[in-house]
Every structure is written in C-alpha cells, then in structure tokens.
Design a protein around this ligand. Structure first.
Ligand code: GAR
Length: 209
C-alpha cells in the first residue's frame, strides 16, 4: 500500500475547508493523505470543535503568547514536526508566514484563497470582488511564498458573480467550489504530480521517478 502524505492543517476560524479535507479523506477521494495535526491560532475557532478530538490531534497556538513572529512560528514548526507533517495546508489562516517557516517545509505549504488570484488578494476578497464589479470570480489553490497570496498557482476555478450577490451569497457559492478544489490540489501533491518550474506549477500526467 502506498504511504500516505501527512498533512498539518493550520487555520484561524470556521474550518469548513478543514472539514472538507477530512471528509474527502474519509470518503476515499483523498486516500493518499492523512491529517497529522490541526493547529488553530484562535482559541475560539469553531474548527477546534468540528472534529472529535479522538480522531485527529488539535492544538491551539496563540500569537499573543509569543514575544515575536519568529518564536510563534518556531512553536508552529515544533508542533508540525512532532506530527511528522510533510505538507502544511493553510485553511483560512489569516497570517503571513516568513521565508524561514516556508524553508523548513521546502516550500511544501499550500493555501486557498476566495478569488482568482492575482485579483483581490488579502483580506475580504469577496467584498473587494463585489466593490470592483467584476462578473467572474472564483477560488485559487496556490503554493505559499512569503508575499501575500502571491505564490505559484496550482488550481483555479471560476464562479460567476450574480447581479444580486451579497458578500454572503458570493462567499457561499465560492466556498462550495473551494471544498472540491482544495482536496483535489492536495491529492495531486500527494501523488507527486505537482512540479514547480520557474514559478509555474506543472501538473504531471505521472509522477517523476
Ligand atoms: C475561505 O473562504 C478561504 O478561502 C479564506 O478564508 C475562508 C476560510 O473558511 N481564506 C482567505 O481569505 C486567505 N487569504 P473556512 O475556515 O470555513 O475554511
């Protein structure tokens, strides 16, 4: 049986993407991955209670408890290492990670963002989308670099913006697609089919030997 890639999911809030990843694993759509640990930087994150503690270790690491970003990130790295994490999956984690953190995992850090990057990066992407008035939005899964939502794009899917959309209705329509796209991107990674060349992600037919 092929070995499973160990994921470490880091989040700050609701955790619906985390749930989608856990569900995809249970349903066999992401059979080549397992979740080693779920880390939240927010003690009130709903995500911490979405999954029974007995199933997957859950840890809260609060930024306020550390004197600086470097020591906070050191604590994250320590926890991820304890659980032998190979791919760090950011799922609604609202902080920018340093180059030092990313190097620890050889750049094997993914994020999902609710717009078609590079449009509408940063916070409140759906609100930015509606304010600008574009007719098509969507979501992007990308490798993380030390910029804000600037890393190499893995998968994107478009979602129409409707005439009467509110931030809530657009967010919900995008979120539905996020829940399909993120497990798919993670699965490609676990199959060894993602190769970054000159900042561009190639999706290989077969993994390279
Ligand atoms: C998702 O829409 C995700 O794309 C977004 O936060 C939400 C988290 O929802 N991430 C960002 O905006 C990152 N810049 P969830 O906690 O239910 O997965």
């Amino acid at each position: 049986m092929p070995t499973k890639t160990v994921l470490g999911i880091i989040l700050s809030g609701r955790g619906s993407n985390m749930q989608a990843i856990v569900d995809a694993i249970s349903a066999g759509r992401l059979a080549n991955a397992k979740v080693g640990v779920i880390i939240s930087d927010n003690p009130n994150a709903n995500a911490l209670t979405r999954i029974p503690a007995s199933d997957i270790p859950r840890v809260c690491i609060e930024r306020e408890n550390f004197k600086d970003k470097a020591s906070f990130e050191k604590a994250l790295i320590k926890e991820l290492r304890i659980h032998h994490v190979e791919l760090v999956v950011l799922a609604g984690f609202m902080r920018i990670l340093s180059a030092e953190f990313l190097n620890e995992f050889n750049g094997n850090v993914m994020n999902i963002h609710p717009s078609l990057l590079p449009a509408f990066s940063g916070l409140k992407a759906q609100e930015q989308t509606l304010n600008y008035g574009v007719k098509v939005s969507g979501c992007t899964v990308h490798f993380v670099d030390d910029g804000m939502d600037t890393g190499p794009v893995i998968l994107q899917q478009a979602v129409p913006v409707l005439e009467n959309d509110t931030v809530e209705s657009l967010s919900e329509r995008i979120l539905h697609v996020e829940h399909i796209l993120y497990p798919r991107a993670i699965s490609l990674f676990c199959e060894g089919r993602l190769k970054v060349v000159n900042r561009k992600v190639q999706i290989l037919e077969k993994p390279e030997k």
